[in-house]
Design a protein around this ligand. Structure first.
Ligand code: HEC
Ligand code: HEC
Length: 153
């Protein structure tokens, strides 16, 4: 009997905690446990074909086009049918950069290195949506501009 009461109290406390969580925290986003939420619509993928700014030099550029059903596995790499060294003349896509040919010792190989074969490990398309959390990232140019020593070489 006491155990049932304890479990009931625990459940009530958890439900209350979830109900209060109106923020980003829980996966249920404040929906009570006994309610089934309407899932938000799946945001559309940006398909502008306009290459985006890189926020720092080593950033893998984001993908400005759809990649639905683009297969990347042992036998096929759909991305390389446009982005490989030999494909770009026809596709007019930017070629994968030379780092994609380097092994871990920095030696440039003849073909894309296995380390860079699974493109979507690093490159991702963007969803047309509001940021889920606040982001205070500053571009390096802004950081340099606001530094007290800015202007000095
Ligand atoms: C049908 C040809 C084609 C295929 C297949 C393709 N791309 Fe692209 N990609 C392009 C073209 C063309 C651009 C240049 C911008 C544009 O027109 O969208 C581009 C742009 C990009 C860029 C931006 C480069 C930059 O400097 O900003 C990335 C990253 C990229 N693609 C990655 C991929 C990945 C990863 C895949 C596979 C999942 C892929 N692409 C498949 C044609 C293709
Ligand atoms: C391990 C992470 C990683 C993987 C995997 C990877 N890339 Fe990249 N990619 C990068 C980074 C980082 C850059 C930017 C710096 C550079 O060029 O190395 C880049 C740059 C690019 C660029 C722009 C090149 C330029 O000179 O403007 C293209 C296009 C690209 N990648 C396509 C691809 C494709 C296609 C694949 C799959 C075959 C792939 N990448 C796999 C990290 C990766």
């Amino acid at each position: 009997m006491r155990r049932t009461l304890f479990i009931a109290t625990l459940l009530a406390a958890t439900t209350a905690a979830f109900a209060q969580d109106g923020g980003i925290g829980g996966l249920r986003h404040g929906t009570p446990l006994d309610v089934e939420a309407t899932p938000p619509p799946i945001p559309s993928v940006v398909n502008s074909d306009i290459r985006q700014v890189r926020n720092w030099p080593e950033q893998p550029p984001v993908i400005p086009h759809h990649i639905d059903n683009y297969q990347i596995d042992l036998n096929v790499n759909k991305c390389l049918t446009c982005h490989s060294r030999t494909a770009v003349e026809v596709s007019q896509a930017p070629m994968v950069s030379v780092t994609h040919f380097m092994n871990r010792d920095g030696q440039v190989l003849a073909a894309v290195t296995p380390r860079r074969f699974f493109c979507t490990q690093c490159h991702v398309p963007q969803a047309d949506t509001e940021p889920l959390v606040e982001n205070t990232f500053q571009d390096v140019d802004a950081v340099i501009g606001s530094s007290p020593t800015s202007g000095t070489p």
